[in-house]
Design a protein around this ligand. Structure first.
Ligand code: F6R
Ligand code: ZN
Length: 190
């Protein structure tokens, strides 16, 4: 067995980032084609501006069983036709792999959907540590109009991603802004 040297990461709770990181990815509205329920609104929005929706800072470990990937995700405030800014959402390719999300700041939702369309969600605020069991697709949503929603993820390094099933089937709960008010309401999607 080749031993990897132990290491640590410094979380910046104020800025919703950490250091060091080996990978940083930025996801714009144009990268989320097909993921928003209000697709017409997305196309309208894209004619105006391709806004930054979320960014992910990640540590690198071997993508092998036994290792744990970990990253921090920062979702900016915003919406597309009322549908809050969110991550794409995915099943793990290795569907039996679970994941942990710990919210470090902001206000969000963890929307989950089982393989047979079962639905569940958790409200995430600082300190809420959520368990995504095996078999659940997971998407996070920023429901605050002014502040980024930030959370840390830890998951088995051999999990992989399956975005296609989410693209094909969508999530059956869609979270949208309340008109002229704080908070969210749920509409039933596909
Ligand atoms: C990894 C995981 C998170 C997300 C990240 C971005 O398994 O669930 O680290 O990858 O929050 O979301 P997606 O990957 O859905 O764009
Ligand atoms: Zn995941």
């Amino acid at each position: 067995m080749n031993l990897l040297n132990p290491f640590y990461t410094q979380v910046d709770f104020k800025n919703g980032t950490f250091e060091p990181y080996e990978k940083k990815s930025k996801h714009y509205l144009s990268d989320l084609q097909g993921f928003f329920y209000f697709n017409d609104s997305l196309q309208e929005e894209l004619k105006k501006e391709d806004r930054l929706v979320y960014e992910v800072y990640a540590r690198e470990v071997p993508l092998e069983e036994g290792h744990l990937l970990h990253c921090i995700t920062k979702i900016y405030p915003g919406d597309v036709g009322g549908e809050f800014f969110m991550t794409k959402g995915h099943f793990h390719q290795k569907i039996e792999n679970a994941e942990l999300y710990l919210c470090t700041s902001g206000k969000g939702l963890l929307n989950m959907q089982g393989v047979n369309g079962e639905s569940s969600y958790i409200e995430m605020t600082r300190g809420v540590w959520s368990y995504i069991p095996p078999g659940w697709a997971h998407r996070t949503i920023n429901i605050d109009d002014n502040t980024p929603f930030v959370f840390i993820s830890v998951w088995p390094a051999d999990s992989g991603y399956n975005y296609d099933k989410v693209l094909e089937e969508g999530f059956n709960k869609i979270f949208v802004k309340k008109a002229n008010k704080e908070g969210y309401r749920i509409i039933v999607g596909k």
